[in-house]
Write a protein that binds this ligand. Structure first.
Ligand SMILES: Nc1ncnc2c1ncn2[C@@H]1O[C@H](COP(=O)(O)OP(=O)(O)O)[C@@H](O)[C@H]1O
Ligand SMILES: [Mg+2]
Length: 267
């Protein structure tokens, strides 16, 4: 199979958002988190579309009023957090954590007084946050311990994040969560519509996926976009090489068998 062809399932640049019910609901909640300065949590399986939603949120935000800051750092610690944030705000972060924290508070107060743009802090892969950072969130958002938060902070992560935040030691943090959403897989009909959406977004009207092919894709992926992309892309190579215009069950079977074999050799 030639792998030099780019299919509508490989490119993600400028891909319009497919609005499944789950993606729509998640997006609406992300907007509410921003509007209400919430500590918000978005969880979902790997490849379900969390980072894609965040990209659309950041892209569509009113940049006259908001300043988004996107962090995706494995094992983020309070020191990294403050230095990243200060850096984004044009400050040089002092080496000492205590000083960095104090400077962050001062900058935040000053921005608030001056009516500067509201920060929108997004922490992706938040299931990998260090314990110290999770505990720090309380202070990050509400250093005065009295008033409401100056800005929204959105944690994005795998389902594991839900379990972590339920731990007793994080109770003070979870009590501050204003809104949360768990993004599940798409339905079978949505999976079919998603596949059409990707093909159409690439400016094509072919190939078509047969009902049976879609059924197989859905049952192999439970409606999670990234594995759907992977299977569709492989099936297109397969069909393309043979000059077929309709993707049938036989193409999907071959791809799934290939994936199974690869899993076997990888493990
Ligand atoms: N609603 C959507 N519309 C279009 N493409 C999507 C959508 N959701 C996910 N995708 C595609 O699926 C892939 C995985 O999504 P991603 O946002 O990286 O998942 P996650 O961050 O949850 O692991 C991306 O390549 C993206 O293009
Ligand atoms: Mg992601």
């Amino acid at each position: 199979m030639s792998k030099n062809i780019i299919t509508p399932f490989d490119r993600n640049q400028d891909m319009p958002l497919f609005e499944s019910a789950g993606h729509q609901e998640a997006f609406a909640r992300l907007q509410l988190m921003v509007k209400n300065n919430y500590l918000g949590v978005l969880t979902g399986e790997v490849g379900s579309g969390k980072s894609t939603l965040i990209r659309h949120l950041v892209h569509g935000i009113d940049h006259m009023s908001y300043q988004p800051v996107y962090l995706s750092i494995a094992g983020l610690k309070p020191r990294d957090f403050y230095s990243e944030m200060l850096h984004h705000l044009g400050e040089t972060a002092p080496f000492s954590l205590v000083k960095a924290k104090r400077l962050w508070e001062e900058v935040l107060e000053a921005r608030h007084k001056q009516g500067d743009k509201t920060l929108v802090v997004i922490i992706d892969e938040a299931h990998e946050l260090s314990q110290a950072m999770i505990l720090e969130l309380r202070l990050v958002m509400n250093h005065r311990m009295d008033s409401v938060s100056f800005f929204p902070l959105i944690l994005v992560g795998q389902p594991e994040l839900r379990r972590i935040l339920r731990l007793k030691k994080y109770e003070a943090v979870s009590q501050r969560i204003g809104l949360r959403y768990h993004l599940g897989g798409m339905t079978r009909d949505e999976t079919a519509a998603y596949i059409r959406h990707r093909i159409k977004a690439a400016g094509l009207d072919k190939p078509l996926f047969s009902e049976g092919a879609i059924r197989m894709i859905y049952s192999a992926t439970q409606g999670i976009p990234r594995p759907i992309n992977h299977i569709c892309s492989q099936a297109l190579y397969d069909a393309g090489c043979k000059g077929h215009e309709v993707i049938e069950e036989s193409h999907i079977s071959r791809v799934l068998a290939d994936m199974e074999r690869q899993r076997g050799t990888a493990g």
